[in-house]
Design a protein around this ligand. Structure first.
Ligand SMILES: Cc1ncc(COP(=O)(O)O)c(C=O)c1O
Length: 399
């Protein structure tokens, strides 16, 4: 038990952890089962091009989500790019700025302008009323992001997109295994996109998937992800290489078998953090709606410096010194990164909530690599750093 600020590694004490604890350390399912699958794959000598693991993976995902089609691809970014092109999006598309940069890049890569919209500070997702105010004659679509697995206001966005004849799609990279009003994420808009990157709740090393209930879109996407090939020597469409390799699908199938265990551990961790960080003035844990299915993959704190008297960034430095590699996601917001910063130097004026949130968010490690005991220790460090700011050591912390 640490009681004194001088015990913090930031001030010269021993780091609380010998090895670094990272946000997004991969969840790994049954290793033997994975290796068995890899062996089968090698025996078959079928490593890519819609192999049997990819086919099985697509079928399992579609079943799990209750959606008609799943198209497995090599990563979430390509999945976004494919949907954007298949939906024929053009001109401007409204997205949040508070998201991973790939959401914006997937549009700009195709010379479509991402129009950054502010978020609702309660849900961290698109504020639908702000969306409506950004629609212009050039707008072709809206792309919501179910950030942290928190569903967007799907109903209002659907209403707005129908009213203005716009396409609606979702970047659901964070939301595999989450539900909205009893329906699994994957069933909303024209299509939804998942990332199965190594840091995600469920991973395929690198990978992603598009899910849709639209038969035509499914057909189109399948052609597009495979250079437009409709059979040997027969290219019928413009396409790219978005194929998921067999080894990724082998990992995906193995991860799917451990999904309940991943959720249970994440859930345990979430409550452990919630108890450990309760009642700290100025620190709030982003809430999870327990009445819906959720993956609990992100431990998202908001730090209000006026109350904690320690800045979010100083807290991160203190945690890093202890080998707790906390992160500030999605700082400083897409609109403050290139090329958008140069294109739209004043975008921040329309994004007051995004600007505030990027200064407050702090992400802590969770997942199957983190134990309850780790969390108790992380919470101790956290509390000591904050409590100390009120003590005689305040000057030390401010130094
Ligand atoms: C919100 C969001 N969108 C898109 C992506 C891109 O996915 P990928 O890394 O699989 O390309 C990610 C994660 O990396 C993400 O967090």
């Amino acid at each position: 038990m640490m009681n004194n600020i001088s015990e913090l590694a930031y001030f010269g004490g021993e780091p609380k952890f010998k090895e670094k604890l990272f946000v997004g350390r991969p969840n790994i399912g049954n290793r033997d089962r994975l290796l068995e699958r890899i062996n089968d794959m090698l025996d078959r000598r079928w490593l890519s091009n819609n192999g049997i693991f990819v086919q099985e993976f697509e079928q399992r995902i579609a079943e799990h989500l209750g959606v008609k089609h799943c198209i497995a691809v090599c990563n979430g970014t390509i999945a976004l790019e494919l949907v954007i092109r298949a939906l024929d999006l053009k001109g401007e598309v409204i997205i949040p700025s508070f998201t991973f940069i790939a959401t914006a890049h997937a549009l700009q890569w195709q010379e479509i302008t991402p129009v950054f919209c502010d978020i609702d500070p309660k849900t961290h997702t698109l504020n639908p009323w702000r969306v409506e105010s950004l629609i212009t004659p050039r707008t072709s679509g809206i792309m919501g992001v179910h950030l942290w697995g928190q569903p967007c206001d799907v109903e209002t966005l659907t209403e707005i997109s129908s009213k203005h004849n716009l396409k609606l799609m979702f970047d659901a990279s964070h939301a595999f295994g989450c539900a909205h009003k009893g329906k699994m994420i994957g069933n909303f808009g024209s299509a939804e996109v998942f990332s199965f990157h190594a840091t995600k709740f469920m991973n395929t090393f690198e990978g992603g998937a598009i899910v849709t209930n639209d038969d035509d879109l499914n057909q189109k996407l399948r052609l597009m992800k495979n250079f437009g090939f409709a059979g040997f020597d027969n290219v019928v469409y413009l396409g790219t290489n978005g194929k998921m390799p067999e080894i990724s699908a082998a990992m995906g199938l193995t991860s799917l078998e451990s999904l309940d265990e991943f959720i249970e551990i994440n859930r345990r961790n979430y409550y452990c953090y919630r108890d450990g960080l309760a009642d700290i003035d100025g620190v709030s844990l982003f809430p999870v709606n327990d009445t819906e299915r959720h993956n609990y993959q992100y431990i998202v704190l908001e730090i209000e410096e006026e109350k904690t008297q320690v800045s979010r960034d100083l807290l991160i430095e203190i945690l890093h010194a202890e080998n707790i590699i906390a992160r500030r996601y999605f700082y400083p917001g897409c609109h403050r990164m290139e090329p958008y910063r140069s294109y739209f130097p004043h975008a921040g004026l329309l994004l007051p909530e995004t600007e505030k949130l990027t200064q407050k968010v702090l992400i802590l490690p969770t997942g199957t690599a983190i134990s309850e005991n780790d969390i108790h220790k992380i919470c101790q460090v956290f509390k000591l750093a904050i409590a100390s700011s009120y003590s005689q050591d305040k000057d030390l912390l401010k130094a």
